[in-house]
Ligand binder design. Sequence first.
Ligand SMILES: *Cc1c(COP(=O)(O)O)cnc(C)c1O
Length: 405
Amino acid sequence: MIDRARTLDAGDPLAQYRGRFDVPEGVIYLDGNSLGCLPSATPARLEQVVREEWGSDLIRSWNTAGWIDMPAKLGGKIAPLIGAQPQEVIVSDSVSVNLFKLISAALALRPGRKVVLSEPGNFPTDIYMIEGLEKQGLAERRLAPREELHEALDEDVALLLLTHAHYKTGELFDMAELTRAAHDAGALVLWDLSHSGGALPVDLNGCEADFAVGCGYKYLNGGPGAPAYAFIAQRHIADTQQPLSGWMGHAAPFAFDDDYRPAPGVERLLCGTPGILGLAALEVGVDLIAEIGVENLYAKSQRLSEFFRQCLAESGVELELVSPDDPATRGSQLSFRHDEAYAICQALIARGVIGDFRDPDILRFGFAPAYLRYEDMAEAARHLAEVLESGEWQRDEFRTRAAVT
Ligand SMILES: *Cc1c(COP(=O)(O)O)cnc(C)c1O
């Protein structure tokens, strides 16, 4: 296995990019779908922002270093990764907060309709944000399993809110088809790209999507709690009213008017003062992903995950796969079901193989192809086989749950 892996690494056109990340020695990192690795250029860039732009230039940097334009500039860089125009994307706040803004905006665009439709088992924050609006009397939450979504799309639905690549299983929705179905029912669509943006090609405009949000700290490698991004299709921007009408989303923040006037562009999604350190770190990650190219990344991630499965099979590991069998219908991850998934995950981490556990019984491995090698696949499969065979996961130390899984 290892020889075959090394041959594949030798022929890998993306192999050089591993050196652009600080992957810790002795670690096989299969959790880039939860927190991407540190790009090697990030610490120096942050040092520069802190020491020069903040330390020396102080408040002048809002103009001289272009801080004020960073949310839109960075949005413009993310846009081509998700099939959007540069003026349709802004970076701000967290995914959760952007969901709140855009769910509210969509409801306002569909007066007389209150239902926000999603699927049970969607990422919790997506569902909770609908619930919050429901408690305020502004929305009605409806959850329908995937196979019943079409049926649930009736004349009461204002918005269909789905996560493109499911966080637990990696299963992809057919974005074009579901967007069309929602539009046919008179509803708008909001796609959560947290597990697809920067991992696989997304074509928001090709699918005529209305709104989207996505995460900065996963495949975009923006660092813990990195700011998120939000997309409004050009045709909706002028009519999009979001309720968090903070001064940074004003048409002229420094006019200090008493009355709120939204910015003409996607900047109207801004709320308060943007976190410049977070934006600066995210920019390094986005530049790097854009340089490598999402098509290239997705092609390699499919090969990596299939090679991993092959290695598992050859090592005699039989685990129930809960991700789609066909790599073209899943994101950049593989998830397996096991009653002792938590302890197995901890035993792997103790060996330096970092994946993660998702309640109640999912063992999840993310394949961030920018910094992973085929050799890592062979080694991770060997470790997993050894952990299962030896039963070392049964040790007490692997069974105590930490706060963050
Ligand atoms: C990671 C993730 C989020 C994260 O939301 P935050 O508000 O940034 O914490 C949201 N939705 C999905 C589908 C995710 O995977």
